[in-house]
Design a protein around this ligand. Structure first.
Ligand SMILES: Cc1ncc(COP(=O)(O)O)c(C=O)c1O
Length: 453
């Protein structure tokens, strides 16, 4: 296995199939919760990353999850949708009002919520005009983006990065690059090609300059010599393992795409709406895409809602069903999104994400000097990664899981990315007191794991 590939191989998230899960269940679940967990296992298909489940939730408010057995956890995971924390009162009120007014908006009709949301999102984009389509899941919006790119260019190939994630549907895993999702499924969507990502410090092309010129040259080579590419789809920041792009990288990619007539699709499904310190991540990266995919927190952390924004000039296919999803223009969903955007602005959550992210980065750097296991701290806004490696440089997968469970025991939940990166993604609304609480838990967990031979 080559440098940088090991995280790609382990892919998304942490796995619950572990003896530590059983120890957690024995310690934290009362009899009633144990029964619900057993019933869950009876009815739900097992699948990696989520089932069998860990615990049974009773409530989620702000940064906090509370289980039916009374265990309280700070939620630094939230499936990447809780920019506003769980159950923000303005989002709930907006949903309740829309539910009372227009619980469902059938195809052929529109509604004031959908139109206001479209205007708001498209209006926030540079280099307008823009138009959009809504979808009830991120993967479905990615699908729409791929279809549109093919139609607009008249070409069929899509280029993407190994290790990337764009959703769990068959077309999304085809453009995605995570073995966990692709392996054993059989033939995937044809004409989806992949190249290695430009991972800082560990890239496959041995780039020695900041911009990763060798990576860029390879990308241009593939697009140019292979030809027939409709689009390059990418997460502007590799989310699961918190890999920041090389400086100037996306500006250079934008130039290559422009030169070759290839569309640039940015998947900002988990990273949009303030988490990184701006409404959209690409605003920090010096490149405006041709198609932008948003999701997760777009539904205010409550409703399943995603969007595909694209340049208005691409609106040339009235005879084609680009999206056509049952819940496309949900009034409660759009009301939730409008409320979320309003809260982000009113509470200045972009600035808050940058400020708290900087504090967290400094505090985590202090962990690095205390615990040799901590190899690197990376972050953008309030999305941070703590990479764990053994003294010989190998990924500290076992230790990462031990730290996770030591934190779960003490009341902090987060995700492990790529097997050895602790991914900390708290609500942007988190009170500083709770941030301190989480840091204290993390520190205690590291002490416990470092003391264990
Ligand atoms: C980068 C990225 N793209 C796409 C998706 C898929 O979104 P959804 O689960 O809403 O289909 C996700 C979800 O985790 C994601 O992180």
């Amino acid at each position: 296995m080559e440098p940088g590939e090991e995280t790609v191989a382990r892919g998304e998230g942490d796995v619950n199939l572990s003896p530590r899960r059983e120890a957690y269940v024995a310690q934290h679940l009362d009899a009633a919760a144990g029964e619900i967990l057993a019933a869950d296992a009876r009815w739900f298909f097992r699948q990696s990353l989520s089932t069998p489940c860990l615990d049974v939730l009773a409530s989620a408010h702000g940064s906090r999850l509370v289980t039916t057995s009374g265990h309280r956890l700070l939620d630094f995971h939230g499936n990447g949708l809780h920019q506003l924390g769980h159950g923000h009162p303005k989002v709930i009120a907006a949903i309740e009002q829309a539910l009372a007014e227009l619980p469902f908006s059938p195809r052929r009709f529109t509604n004031r919520f959908a139109v206001a949301l479209a205007e708001r999102l498209c209006g926030a984009m540079a280099e307008g005009p823009w138009k959009l389509l809504l979808a009830p899941a991120g993967a479905l919006a990615v699908s729409t983006a791929v279809k549109l790119a093919r139609l607009v260019t008249g070409r069929h190939k899509i280029l993407s990065f190994w290790g990337s994630f764009h959703g769990a549907s068959l077309d999304a895993i085809s453009v995605g690059g995570e073995p966990l999702f692709r392996r054993g499924i059989g033939p995937l969507l044809p004409a989806t090609e992949h190249i290695p990502p430009p991972t800082r410090g560990r890239c496959r092309f041995g780039c020695s300059d900041e911009e990763h010129s060798n990576c860029l040259a390879y990308l241009a080579y593939v697009l140019e010599t292979e030809g027939d590419f409709a689009a390059l789809i990418a997460e502007p920041v590799r989310w699961t393992t918190v890999e920041l792009p090389p400086p100037g990288y996306w500006r250079r990619v934008r130039e290559i795409c422009d030169r070759l007539g290839v569309l640039l699709i940015f998947d900002e499904i988990p990273s949009c709406l303030g988490r990184t310190g701006r409404l959209f991540v690409h605003q920090q990266l010096d490149a405006v895409p041709d198609i932008l995919v948003l999701g997760k927190g777009l539904g205010g952390g409550v409703f399943p809602l995603a969007a595909m924004l694209a340049r208005a000039a691409f609106d040339r296919f009235p005879e084609t069903a680009l999206g056509h999803y049952t819940h496309e223009k949900s009034a409660p969903g759009c009301a939730a999104a409008l409320a979320a955007l309003e809260v982000i602005e009113e509470e200045d959550l972009c600035t808050r994400a940058s400020r708290l992210g900087a504090i967290l980065l400094t505090r985590l750097a202090a962990l690095r000097s205390r615990f040799p296991l901590v190899r690197e701290i990376r972050g953008i806004g309030l999305h941070l990664g703590v990479e764990l490696r053994q003294a010989d440089g190998s990924p500290a997968v076992e230790a990462a899981e031990a730290v996770l469970y030591a934190c779960l025991d003490r009341g902090l939940s987060f995700k492990i990315g790529g097997g050895n990166v602790l991914v900390l993604s708290p609500p942007l609304t988190i009170p500083e007191k709770e941030l301190e609480e989480a840091l204290a838990i993390l520190e205690a967990a590291f002490e416990e794991v470092s003391d264990t031979p």
